[in-house]
Design a protein around this ligand. Structure first.
Ligand code: PLP
Length: 411
């Protein structure tokens, strides 16, 4: 046994405990795609999916992918540098146009788009200024940039969604440049960034703002292009990163910005140049979803909002705490690890999946169920989920916030 075996064994202690209680919630294999699937033959409705407009399983999307397989196969066996296709170039042009930016660059994942962009744009003259609840891709890009020999960027954190706290960081910044990193909607809390306030502060201190709008694409703004559209900040947010792994129903990262800036990232982001090309069947699927957004985006977004409003109203009437959420992402706060795990198992037994988010994903005392409403959910799906949440929530004292008591009494 070497030290890696010891490390692995010690590091898996909590996982072993949860598995022993038969409450381990992750990596359950789905037997088909979409929000309606089965696990071990049992039908479930998934409320932890990010397929916000429910377009992933649309027949036209599948057909386009199948045609692309015939023409391009599943992979291009190389990176974009030597394996770019007409499909990539066309989609980049269309996305830039739809979002309202000069240029778009497609990465293989959203994670890579963020890590690669931060790494490419920062050096020892740069301070990376980030929200203290940033997604892992922002943190990892920042740590990479700060730790790169000879380039080491500086790091400052500001309080979540606080323009005043951001201003303090920028006012006292000792390096020449600042790159401010925020998210349009925070994926675990479902709250929105106060974008106009951030834009103003960044403009005042000549800092560059990069907004990760992974969860705003397809959900915010009249046409669904995201938080920049929703807040009327078009032309004032220099860089946006988004993803195909939510509304666009596949996988892939998007960088949007000015022509030369994006071209510079294209030639210097290692996460772009040293990783394989986004497969064309995925590009084809995203391209069909973009057709739909262009043609009927307003109606699709409105339908999502109507469903989200219904679910929010009912959850609040039932006494649930939704934390900071003001979007279709509505964490059902349990504020206790066991409550979140029990609720997850109980709901899943009845065919409703809401994945528990526990420490270290969130702080202790902020444990919750991930509840995302999508346009694909029916009123019946939501009513069933609400009924189950209500009865199990009472059983496990979720709405009342009371303690569960000793372990033995609860199991
Ligand atoms: C805010 C945010 N940014 C980036 C990503 C990464 O996107 P992708 O799944 O395309 O790697 C995610 C996905 O979890 C996300 O929630």
């Amino acid at each position: 046994m070497s030290w890696i075996d010891d490390k692995a064994h010690a590091g898996l202690e909590l996982i072993r405990q949860v598995k022993a209680m038969q409450m381990y919630p992750h990596f359950r294999p789905f037997e088909s795609g979409g929000i309606y699937t089965t696990i071990e033959g049992k039908p479930i409705v998934n409320f932890s999916s990010n397929d916000y407009l429910g377009l992933t399983t649309h027949p036209k999307v599948k057909e386009a992918s199948k045609r692309a397989v015939d023409r391009f196969s599943c992979g291009m066996s190389s990176s974009r540098v030597q394996a770019t296709t007409t499909a990539h170039v066309e989609l980049e042009e269309r996305l830039a146009n739809w979002y309202g930016y000069e240029k778009c660059l497609l990465f293989t994942t959203g994670y890579q788009a963020m890590v690669g962009s931060i790494q490419a744009l920062s050096d020892r003259d740069t301070t990376l200024v980030l929200d203290n609840l940033s997604h892992a891709c922002i943190l990892d890009g920042t740590f990479l940039a700060a730790g790169t020999p000879m380039r080491g960027a500086g790091i400052r954190y500001f309080n979540h969604n606080s323009a005043r706290s951001l201003e303090r960081c920028l006012r006292t910044n000792e390096r020449k440049n600042a790159l401010v990193l925020i998210e349009g909607i925070y994926s675990l809390d479902g709250d929105r960034a106060p974008l106009p306030e951030f834009v103003e502060v960044c403009e005042k201190y000549n800092a560059v703002l990069l907004c990760d709008d992974a969860h705003g694409t397809g959900t915010l703004g009249r046409r669904g292009t995201g938080i920049v559209e929703e807040t009327g900040m078009g032309g004032r947010v220099p860089l946006v990163v988004s993803t195909f792994s939510k509304t666009f129903g596949g996988i892939g990262g998007i960088l949007l910005g000015a022509d030369e800036v994006v071209d510079f990232v294209k030639h210097s982001a290692r996460a772009f140049t040293f990783s394989a090309t986004l497969p064309v069947p995925v590009v084809a699927a995203a391209s069909v979803i973009l057709d739909m957004l262009e043609e009927e985006g307003e109606a699709l977004v409105q339908e999502l909002h109507d469903k989200a409003s219904y679910m929010r109203r009912c959850l609040i009437e039932l006494g649930f705490d939704l934390g900071r959420s003001d979007t279709h992402i509505m964490p059902v706060m349990c504020r206790d690890q066991r409550k979140a795990l029990f609720m997850h198992v109980a709901l899943l037994e009845c065919g409703v999946m809401m994945v528990p988010i526990t420490y270290p994903g969130v702080k202790e005392g902020e444990e919750r169920l991930r509840c995302n409403v999508t346009r694909g959910h029916s009123r019946e799906d939501m009513d069933k989920a609400l009924e189950l949440l209500d009865s199990y929530g009472r059983a496990f004292y979720v709405q009342s916030g009371e303690d569960l008591g000793p372990m033995e009494a609860s199991v």
